[in-house]
Design a protein. Structure first.
Length: 131
């Protein structure tokens, strides 16, 4: 059962067939008198409309609160990443000359072809800047 808003009074009602006006508006348009039950129904529809409006307002407020929380969390993450970037940028870098010295010092020829020296030398060579 879905509610639509009456095209005359804009109160919610359950449509019957393709009607776009509520029963109370239809009766008034046709010249019928409204019964006490019709008047009670209009009051109920008005209260329903108020509740629908309040529900929409609360959903919007909840969405805004969630967006604020998400924004705060994202800002915290941005700050953390900026701090990490700053620490990485301030970390000492290995110059090409220093890297060359490390390769010479770790070369397997200097360490009886040890597998450790070979692995480290390969990693150091991979760190060389691309030409």
């Amino acid at each position: 059962m879905s509610l639509i808003l009456c095209s005359h009074c804009e109160l919610p009602f359950v449509p019957v067939s393709r009607n776009r006006v509520c029963l109370a508006c239809w009766k008034e348009n046709e010249g019928y008198d409204l019964t006490k039950a019709d008047e009670a129904h209009v009051r109920l529809a008005s209260a329903t409309k108020d509740l629908m409006d309040e529900n929409a307002r609360l959903k919007a407020a909840n969405s805004a609160a969630n967006n604020s929380t998400i924004t705060a969390e994202l800002q915290k993450k941005v700050n953390e990443l900026q701090a990490q970037l700053k620490s990485l940028q301030s970390a000492p870098s290995i110059t090409p000359d220093f890297l060359k010295s490390l390769i010479i010092l770790c070369h397997p020829d200097k360490h009886a072809n040890s597998t450790t020296a070979t692995e480290i030398t390969k990693k150091l060579i991979a760190m060389r800047p691309k030409k």
